[in-house]
Design a protein around this ligand. Sequence first.
Ligand code: FAD
Length: 388
Amino acid sequence: MDFTLTPEQQMFRDMFRDFAAKEVAKVADQADKQEALPPKLLKRAAAQGFLGAVAPEEPYGGAGLDTISYTLLLQALAGECASTALTIHVHNSLALRTILRQGSPALKEALVPEMVTGERLGAFALTEAGAGSDPTRLRTVAAQVDGGWTISGAKTWVSNGGLAGVYIVFALTDPPAGARGMTAFAVPAETPGLTVGGRQKTLGLRGANITRLYLEDCRVPAENLLGAPGQGYRIALETLDFGRIGVSAIAVGGAEHALEVAARYASERVQFGAPIAQKQAIQAYLADAATQLAAAECLMRRAAWLVDQGKPVTREAAMAKLFCSRMAADVTDQAVQIHGGIGFMQDYPVERYYRDARALELVEGTTQIQQVIIAEDMLAGYGIKVKP
Ligand SMILES: Cc1cc2nc3c(=O)[nH]c(=O)nc-3n(C[C@H](O)[C@H](O)[C@H](O)COP(=O)(O)OP(=O)(O)OC[C@H]3O[C@@H](n4cnc5c(N)ncnc54)[C@H](O)[C@@H]3O)c2cc1C
């Protein structure tokens, strides 16, 4: 594994950082306080091709980024605003990529061009009130009708809810079969019977639109089926493998920024007649944070590299997500500590980074679920079948 970026990847990274500095930084605080991203921001991101990041150039006009470049995009966006990064990540990693991989030709033709230009944002609706870590407990059901399916149920924690023009919805088509009876559908937002709840109030990621979603006899044509009936659980797991690499990149981007701000503050803030950066306790904080960050970035990059090599990534993506999200929670916590009292004030952005990072240990499988995935893979070699 060679983590040196190619000249093209370096060019992309510079372009992503430039966009983040010029367009994202100025709206990040406002997005957090107003609990919404300015619509212009997504339009500008779309104009740069970021909403088609994972779609191939031909035939869809996407950016066709490799996975390493894609992580550079999310890392750069999260360096200024994790809510912006999450919105673009959910659209690309969880919705657009799933339609590209699992959609029928007719579905792709209908939806992908509009998703690539950002006219139709994507969302992913798996979680329900009674089905979080254990998605096999879904209560949303879908029944086959003439020429299509009707879907009924209620989803929660839908990132991009209300903004999205299409929802990837998981439902049981054969309830007694449990996970093997789960099926995935692309449900356009304009489908009669689909309604979106209000924004769920959250500790962090306040600029991201996270809502409930209700489906009442929502009828979709047969071509909106993703994969085949009964493949929904496998599709969800496969999608989340990739998604976790995106979450890892968001964690690394946010922590990187928080650490930079903390190091600058420590160099400027004078107490006891010298910058606090002269104190060994502060140096130890900074050194530990920099080391955790470097290790996290390696795990994240390794998982992205494996995807680009076409190799299995379940265990490595879970490791990256486990380590990167914990690292981000720790490093942003240390950044608050280095700032002393002002680290706790809303006038300074460091508290936003801390609140945003906390969500990353929950989203797309909690820390404990990543541990289950890793242990399951490890212990299979010893004849142990791990049950979550
Ligand atoms: C900011 C944010 C955005 C989200 N966006 C989306 C989205 O776009 N789409 C979507 O479908 N979902 C989304 N989610 C939902 C997320 O995937 C779930 O919150 C997560 O899977 C956990 O489910 P839960 O909240 O029901 O917790 P629970 O499953 O009830 O877990 C509660 C606690 O029990 C622990 N636990 C559960 N099972 C085990 C076990 N076997 N072993 C050890 N510990 C266990 C968990 O780790 C956790 O600590 C989002 C969540 C957040 C916070």
